[in-house]
Design a protein around this ligand. Structure first.
Ligand code: ASP
Ligand code: MG
Length: 293
């Protein structure tokens, strides 16, 4: 079993979603078994934080930004699915409900003029929940049997909102239980989010979808965790700043940990720990150049 995580830029537009679905079909043709973890569509987490801040300040502009965000998701459904498909109806229904509850929460925030870390985690959770649900439907419509996993039901954390600490014992048990029940489907999970024992929504820190992939990979003793992003692996320097930057063919967990602490943005630092503990390779792949090895 492989765990494949696709970040924001890989799910930025319907076209990039279609190309990642092609990658998944290739994997299936090659007989690989895998589960996928998705981040929110690119920039959506930032937008959600901004919406909550606007609502908190009583800035009615949040309504416009909210409508734009909803339209972006509904347009993704229109592009990826056709109205006569059951997946289209399922996606429309689910996403409209999500936006309805998000609107209510933002309205509450605007009345109170207050957004707690706890409410903010709930607000941002919609990014991953919407993206993973829509892509799961698009995958099914393309002929891949999928089951959607809202990771809040399996990733148990403490109540440190904004960067919650994972209870590995409970999370491993729940992850293993869920995957055991769905062996004949491709599990499509939300990155970034978890929940407390009381059922409150938490997040694992910005960039935390990588971490979700490693948590799932470690629980399932996966063959590898593949982080699909928009660069050819880990480069020696930021390619936007250093023209001669080149890809490192491989590195130890310790080197990866050091590089990410020194600011290499390719992977969220906590990701390395669960992979290291179970000796699971972390592979960086480029959605926009899948042939790159
Ligand atoms: N969407 C979240 C963020 O922007 C998590 C992630 O992208 O990994 O921080
Ligand atoms: Mg990311």
């Amino acid at each position: 079993m492989l765990v494949l995580k696709f970040g924001g830029t890989s799910v930025g537009t319907p076209a990039t979603i279609q190309s990642l679905i092609r990658i998944l079909h290739d994997y299936r043709t090659q007989g690989k078994s895998f589960t996928v973890v998705f981040s929110a569509f690119s920039k959506v987490t930032d937008t959600l934080i901004e919406l909550a801040r606007q609502a908190e300040q009583g800035d009615a502009g949040w309504h416009h930004a909210f409508e734009r965000l909803q339209t972006r998701h509904l347009e993704a459904i229109e592009t990826l699915l056709k109205p006569d498909m059951p997946e289209y109806t399922a996606a429309r229904h689910h996403i409209s409900e999500n936006f309805e509850s998000l609107r209510n929460i933002l309205h509450g925030i605007s009345l109170l003029h207050e957004v707690s870390a706890r409410s903010l985690d709930f607000v941002v959770s919609f990014g991953e929940r919407n993206a993973a649900f829509i892509i799961a439907q698009a995958m099914s419509a393309s002929g891949l049997a999928t089951v959607f996993l809202d990771a809040r039901t399996v990733i148990r954390t403490d109540a440190h909102f904004g960067s919650a600490k994972v209870d590995f014992e409970e999370s491993n048990r729940r992850i293993q239980g869920f995957y055991k029940e769905h062996q004949n489907e491709i599990v499509v999970a939300t990155g970034f989010i978890g929940s407390t024992a009381e059922g409150l929504t938490t997040t694992l820190g910005r960039g935390g979808s990588d971490y979700t992939a490693a948590i799932i990979g470690a629980a399932l003793q996966a063959e590898a965790v593949e982080i699909w992003t928009d660069v050819d692996g880990v480069l020696t320097a930021d390619p936007r700043k250093v023209k001669q930057a080149f890809t490192l063919p491989s590195m130890t967990y310790r080197e990866a940990m050091e590089m990410s602490h020194f600011g290499a943005k390719v992977i969220y630092p906590p990701t390395i720990q669960p992979a290291y503990a179970k000796n699971i390779p972390l592979v960086i792949k480029n959605t926009f150049n899948p042939a790159f090895q």
